[in-house]
Design a protein around this ligand. Structure first.
Ligand SMILES: Cc1cc2nc3c(=O)[nH]c(=O)nc-3n(C[C@H](O)[C@H](O)[C@H](O)COP(=O)(O)O)c2cc1C
Ligand SMILES: [Mn+2]
Length: 478
């Protein structure tokens, strides 16, 4: 099954699979949609297509990513680990355990570089072109998600920029606070690639924002790729089909040709506006802070464009599944640098940057500490506040098991590492913004090699007796 190639095919697929409900009733994008989506997400419910959002002619799609099954449908796979296996193959790394056979069947895969976007001359995204004074963001059913939000926010955009020095493209998902009919704030945080492009520009930098994409391309905008890797190329690789792009109408940037909506424009170095407050994925409102202003010079659309949105807030929300996709897909890349990592888990309740649980094949004294420091030095994982390290036989996704080893194997006097480092832009608990403490918990087994007492054996029933009881189970009448 192939990944859908645009938002409409994706909506059709969701509908065929019984994963989408159309809502005919008029519903207000001001708060009301959020309360409906919040209940639907928490119940593991379907994607919702609001066909009559109050005040707009455009349908509003939410919760397209809200379950593991839909995430798999988006990628055209049965399990997200298959996407990771595909990536591991081209990176010539070890596939996650158990997937080696599957991988052999996938050998014919194209390389990532073969997946560069292909340029087409005409795109459906240009069926309607509004320029200058015709541009009006008020046409779109942009949600005001939470009562304390400063304004409506465009929450699922793919922001396209080019590095002024190298010409390299970047695509990032950075929310846009609507400031007026033709301007928004541009919320690229401190550690993000779009921000770096902006910081190395002087004067004006062109920006294009694509809204309403096929699900893999939309996901790719949120993927923490190294700066020099083009997210559209990555999307093409994951889909198995290049993303088609078309030149913008008023900017020298290419945009996905089948996008529902494209905003073209620019940011001006040094022109800032207050962004926020915004009810964020941390579960708290992030305070107002100055961010660059994005001026929209053209707004192009497909006819009857569908506007997609996402609600973030106290976890779990829909973005939990975008994060889980990243956790799975990036495991091979993490293991490329730190091969002793067997598996890891970023708990949804930890809003992704608050906690990482890492299972390692430990082979020397101090190994758990080495892995903590590796995590604190690896891409956006460096922002992780707490790293818990367990042995290879512990399942990092089983939190009860992890809690057992944290309790049983840790001497707080010597198995806890306190460090300092960069903190997530949105973290409100660090005493200072952008830097803060790091907590490492070594919950692996120790022993004399690490200067400790003899470590006792773990209790385990012998295999013969387990087998015997399996065999005789019916006899016991239990
Ligand atoms: C729904 C959603 C909203 C996001 N909003 C923002 C945002 O407003 N600002 C930001 O810097 N990152 C945001 N992110 C995270 C970035 O998209 C992510 O870090 C991505 O790696 C950024 O692209 P880059 O690595 O090219 O900078 C969001 C992610 C998701 C899933
Ligand atoms: Mn990037």
């Amino acid at each position: 099954m192939a990944a859908p190639s645009d938002l409409r095919r994706w909506i059709d697929l969701l509908e065929r699979e019984g994963e989408l409900v159309r809502v005919d009733a008029e519903v207000d994008p001001y708060l009301e949609v959020t309360e409906i989506v919040d209940r639907t997400v928490k119940a593991g419910g379907p994607a919702l297509l609001f066909e009559h959002p109050k005040g707009s002619e455009h349908s509003l799609l939410v919760n397209q990513f809200g379950t593991e099954r839909r995430m798999c449908l988006a990628f055209g796979v049965e399990r997200l680990d298959e996407v990771a296996a595909k990536l591991a193959d081209v990176l010539e790394m070890q596939p996650p355990a158990g997937l080696a056979d599957k991988l052999r069947g996938l050998r014919q895969l194209k390389s990532i570089a073969d997946s560069r976007p292909s340029t087409v001359r005409k795109g459906a995204c240009h069926e309607i072109v509004l320029q200058g004074d015709e541009v009006d963001l008020g046409l779109l059913p942009v949600q005001t998600c939470w009562p304390g939000d400063a304004a409506p926010f465009i929450t699922l955009p793919a922001v396209i920029t080019r590095d002024p020095r190298s010409g390299q493209r970047n695509v990032g998902m950075y929310r846009l606070q609507v400031l007026g009919p033709r301007s928004t704030a541009m919320h690229w945080q401190l550690h993000k690639d779009g921000r770096a492009d902006y910081m190395s520009s002087d004067g004006r930098m062109e920006v294009a924002v694509a809204i309403g994409l096929d699900p893999v391309t939309a996901y790719s905008a949120s993927a923490p790729l190294p700066k020099h890797i083009d997210e559209l190329m990555f999307a093409g690789f994951l889909r198995g089909e290049a993303v088609e792009v078309v030149k913008g109408v008023t900017v020298d940037l290419e945009v996905p040709a089948s996008a529902e909506i494209v905003l073209e424009g620019y940011v001006e170095r040094g022109e800032l506006a207050e962004e926020g407050p915004f009810g964020d994925h941390t579960g708290y409102y992030t305070a107002a802070e100055p961010f660059p202003v994005f001026h929209v010079t053209a707004m192009t659309m497909r006819r009857n464009a569908v506007y997609p949105s996402i609600v973030v807030g106290k976890p779990p929300q829909e973005d939990a599944w975008l994060g889980k996709a990243t956790e799975r897909i990036f495991l091979p890349a993490v293991r490329a640098s730190v091969p002793e990592i067997v598996d890891y888990d970023l708990p949804v309740a930890g809003a992704f940057h608050n906690c990482a649980i890492v299972a390692i094949r430990k082979s020397y004294p101090g190994h758990a500490r080495k892995v903590m420091h590796a995590i604190w030095g690896l891409g956006l994982l460096s922002l992780t506040k707490t790293v818990i390290v367990v042995d290879a036989h512990v399942d990092p996704h089983n939190y009860a098991q992890v809690a057992f080893y944290v309790g049983a194997n840790v001497d707080p006097a010597c198995d806890v590492v306190l460090g300092e480092g960069p903190a997530d832009h949105l973290d409100h608990a660090t005493a200072k913004q952008f830097v803060g403490g790091k907590l490492g918990i070594d919950a692996t087994a120790k022993g004399p090699a690490e200067g400790r007492r003899e470590w006792p054996p773990e209790i385990e029933m012998s295999p013969e007796i387990r087998e015997l009881v399996d065999r005789r189970w019916a006899e016991y009448g239990l």
